[in-house]
Design a protein around this ligand. Structure first.
Ligand code: GRF
Length: 203
């Protein structure tokens, strides 16, 4: 029996790309059903892009500072992503807010290192520690126009230790984040993802 064609995705990164690596590793198995068509970034010279290159995946870089406005950047980014014609987009440690040109064209699945709606924003791990949370974790959700406000697909919990630093806690979050993202992206690819009236579901 031949496997069905894999679902093509574009993955967006801004940094070390360990979540991207987890997806690259999973996609090596044809049964996973995902082909990473390209990796996009908002900056050059990052480990995430090197991981893509090492895996033979095309890369694209679209820097906000190269455009006159955020809207121009958003339109250009959508154009570059569109060249690869993905079924959906995965934001895996991508640190810029996406605009309507991208969000209007694709479902974007994001991973966030906290239990949303707690601790949205760019410093979620630091904020959970500072608040004295006993538990935090990660959330895989669909991106909407807000900051980490889109409908949740799945979450995993991590206990905060008394001696945790931002780095040690983030490492333990990533240990549960990688398999959760792999699981949800695979299911979305194989079974489809529906977003309607602010709710997201994978059958
Ligand atoms: C992840 O924890 C992600 O949730 C957050 O930033 C981290 C990115 O890590 N937004 P990496 O680049 O995948 O290693």
């Amino acid at each position: 029996m031949t496997s069905p064609e894999p679902t093509g995705i574009v993955v967006l990164v801004s940094g070390s790309g360990t979540n991207l690596q987890a997806l690259i590793d999973a996609a090596a198995d044809p049964a996973y059903g995902v082909r990473i068509l390209a990796v996009g970034a908002d900056r050059a010279g990052i480990e995430g892009l090197r991981r893509a290159e090492a895996a033979g995946i095309p890369t694209l870089v679209c820097r906000v500072e190269d455009f006159a406005s955020r809207a121009d950047w958003d339109a250009a980014f959508a154009e570059l992503i569109g060249e690869h014609d993905p079924a959906f987009v995965v934001s895996a440690g991508f640190m810029k807010l996406l605009g309507p040109a991208v969000l209007g064209r694709w479902t974007v699945v994001n991973t966030h290192p906290a239990l949303l709606p707690a601790f949205p924003g760019a410093h979620a791990v630091r904020d959970a520690l500072a608040a004295g949370a006993a538990q935090t974790g990660c959330t895989v959700h669909v991106v909407d126009a807000g900051v980490d406000t889109g409908p949740v697909l799945a979450q995993a919990t991590v206990d905060v230790a008394g001696d945790d630093t931002e780095d040690t806690l983030h490492e333990r979050i990533k240990a549960v984040e990688h398999p959760l993202l792999v699981q949800i992206v695979g299911r979305a690819a194989r079974e489809g993802i529906t977003v309607s009236e602010g709710k997201a579901s994978i059958p």
